[in-house]
Design a binder for this molecule. Structure first.
Ligand code: ADP
Length: 478
C-alpha cells in the first residue's frame, strides 16, 4: 500500500496538489499502487508560471547543452529499464516483455529526435548570388503535453523530448490511469540536470486537464488521447491562431486480406495487428475485411483457432503471455458493452470476448462477424475485439475500409502488389502497410493520421516540425 505523497513537480520541487485524492490501481489485482492529491487550477497556474519563467534562459541555452541533458536522460532510462518496466507492467497490465520494449523505444527515440533536429535546423541554401537562406527552429514557448495510458512512457516522451530539444518548456499532464510511470519518468528528468521549471508535472484527472488546456499561459498543446477529448480541444483552440495544437487520436483501422497463398503468415500478421497490447494501440486493426467464399472461410477458421490459443496473463507470469489485461475494470466493461452493442446490431460472434477472472481487467480476445450490420458503427473500440466484414470485390473492400471518419492506419495482406498500389492511392489513412502488421511502425517514419484521427506527426523523426516553428532568415554573405 502506498501513502499520499507529493506527486506534482513544479519549478524543480516535488509538491502535494490541492485537488482531490486519486489513485493508480493495478488493473489485474486492483491493488492500490499509488495515491496522491491531484493538481487543481492554482497548482496548474503555478506550473505554467514556472515554465514561463524558465523559458527565456532555456531557449537561449546552447543546443549542444540541451542535447547533453537529453543523452543523460537516455542513459538514466537505460540504467533503470527493469525497474521502469515493472512500473509500466504493474500500472497498465502489460506483460513484462512489452513493458521492457517500451522503455527501449523511449531510449532509442531520443537519439533519433536529436539526429532529426540536427539535420533539419541550420540548413543553408545559397539561393541567391549575394545571400544565403538559413532555416532555423524557434521554440513555441511553454507547451502542455497530454500523455495517454497505453504507452505511458514512450508516447508522452515522443512529444517531451523534441519539445525540450527545440528549447520549449513543458507542463506534462499524464493520463490519470498512469501517474506512477509519469512520476518515475520525471524523477529521471530531474536527475538529468534540467534547470528548474523546464519540465513540470501536474498529475490529476479531467479537472487538471481542463485547467491546463484552458490556461492562457500555454503556447501549445500536444495531445494523445481519445477523439472525444481531442475534438473538444480542437474547438477550444479554434479561437487561438497564436497557439499550436498537435492531436493524435483514435482509429477504426481496416485490414484487408485478399489473394494470400500463405494463410499462416497472414494469420500471424492479423493476430499481431489486432491483439498485441490487448488491442490497445491506436494502430490496431479493428476491422478485418475478408473475401467471401471458401478461401476467406478457411482463413477465418485458421484465425479463430490461433486466437483461441492466445495466452493472456499477468505482467509478471514466469511464462510470459502474449496479451496482458486492458487498462482498467471500466475499460474491460466498455469492451464487453461494445461487443453486446455489435451483437444487438446484427453481429455474429465467432469467438466471444470474455472476462477471464471476475474483478480483473483480463479479457480473452474476441472475433465478431459484423457483415450483416447495414449501418456501420464507426467507433474506436479500444481492446481485444476484432470485427470481420466479408466483401466480394476489391472495389467494395476499399469502399468499406474507407467508411470511417478516422484515418489512422489501413493495411493489406496480399500476394498482389498491384492491389497495394491501389490501396496506397485510395485509402483514407496516414499509415498504409503491406504484408506487415498494422501496429508495426518505424521510429524514423512519420506517425499519424488524417481526418478525425489527428493533425500532426508525433514521431521522433518528424516531431521537430511541430515542436518548433521553422524560422527562415536571409543573411548577407559579406
Ligand atoms: P483516454 O480515453 O485515452 O484516457 P481521454 O480523452 O479521456 O483519453 O483523456 C485524455 C487526457 O485528457 C487525460 O489526461 C484526461 O485527464 C484529459 N481530459 C479529459 N477531458 C478533458 C477536457 N475536456 N479538457 C482537457 N483535458 C481533458
Amino acid at each position: 500500500m502506498s501513502s499520499l505523497h507529493p506527486a506534482l513537480f513544479i519549478n524543480g520541487e516535488w509538491r502535494h496538489g490541492h485537488g482531490s485524492v486519486f489513485e493508480s490501481l493495478n488493473p489485474v489485482s486492483q491493488q492500490v499502487l499509488w495515491q496522491a492529491v491531484s493538481a487543481n487550477r492554482s497548482d496548474v497556474d503555478e506550473a505554467v508560471k514556472a515554465a514561463r519563467a524558465a523559458f527565456p534562459n532555456w531557449a537561449k541555452t546552447d543546443v549542444n547543452h540541451r542535447i547533453e541533458i537529453l543523452r543523460k536522460f537516455a542513459s538514466l532510462l537505460a540504467e533503470n529499464k527493469a525497474r521502469l518496466a515493472d512500473v509500466i507492467g504493474s500500472e497498465t497490465g502489460k506483460p513484462r516483455w512489452e513493458s521492457v520494449t517500451e522503455v527501449t523505444t523511449m531510449v532509442n527515440k531520443i537519439e533519433i529526435s536529436i539526429q532529426s533536429y540536427q539535420e533539419r535546423t541550420g540548413i543553408k541554401e545559397n539561393s541567391m548570388p549575394d545571400a544565403k537562406a538559413v532555416l532555423r527552429h524557434r521554440p513555441h514557448g511553454v507547451v502542455a503535453v497530454f500523455g495517454p495510458y497505453n504507452f505511458p512512457g514512450h508516447l508522452p516522451n515522443g512529444h517531451i523530448v523534441p519539445a525540450l530539444l527545440a528549447g520549449n518548456c513543458v507542463v506534462f499532464k499524464p493520463s490519470e490511469l498512469t501517474p506512477m510511470m509519469a512520476e518515475e519518468t520525471v524523477k529521471l528528468w530531474e536527475l538529468s540536470g534540467l534547470p528548474a521549471g523546464v519540465i513540470n508535472l501536474v498529475t490529476g484527472a479531467k479537472e487538471t486537464g481542463i485547467a491546463l488546456a484552458s490556461h492562457s499561459g500555454i503556447d501549445g498543446l500536444f495531445f494523445t488521447g481519445s477523439s472525444l477529448t481531442g475534438e473538444i480541444l480542437h474547438k477550444q483552440f479554434a479561437g487561438h491562431p497564436d497557439k499550436i495544437l498537435a492531436l493524435e487520436m483514435g482509429g477504426n483501422n481496416p485490414l484487408i486480406v485478399k489473394d494470400v497463398a500463405d494463410v499462416d503468415a497472414a494469420v500471424h500478421h492479423i493476430v499481431q495487428s489486432a491483439f498485441v497490447s490487448a488491442g490497445q494501440r491506436c494502430t490496431c486493426a479493428r476491422r478485418l475485411l475478408v473475401e467471401a467464399g471458401s478461401a476467406g472461410d478457411q482463413l477465418i477458421e485458421r484465425l479463430i483457432s490461433v486466437v483461441k490459443a492466445i495466452k493472456v496473463g499477468r505482467f509478471d507470469d514466469a511464462e510470459q503471455p502474449f496479451m496482458g489485461s486492458v487498462i482498467s475494470l471500466a475499460a474491460a466493461k466498455a469492451m464487453l458493452d461494445a461487443q453486446a452493442k455489435l451483437l444487438a446490431a446484427g453481429g455474429v460472434s465467432l469467438l466471444e470476448m470474455q472476462s477471464l477472472e471476475a474483478g480483473t481487467a483480463l479479457l480473452s480476445p474476441g472475433i465478431i462477424d459484423v457483415s450483416a450490420i447495414s449501418e456501420p458503427i464507426d467507433e474506436e473500440f479500444f481492446g481485444p475485439l476484432l470485427q470481420i466484414i466479408r466483401f466480394t470485390t476489391f472495389d467494395e473492400a476499399i469502399e468499406v475500409a474507407n467508411q470511417t471518419r478516422f484515418g489512422l492506419a489501413a493495411g493489406l495482406l496480399s500476394d498482389e502488389r498491384a492491389l497495394f498500389d491501389r490501396l496506397l492511392l485510395e485509402a483514407r489513412a496516414g499509415i498504409v502497410n503491406w504484408n506487415k502488421p498494422l501496429t508495426g511502425a518505424s521510429s524514423a517514419a512519420p506517425f499519424g493520421g488524417i481526418g478525425a484521427s489527428g493533425n500532426h506527426r508525433p514521431s521522433a523523426y518528424y516531431a521537430a516540425d511541430y515542436c518548433a516553428w521553422p524560422m527562415a532568415s536571409l543573411e548577407s554573405e559579406t
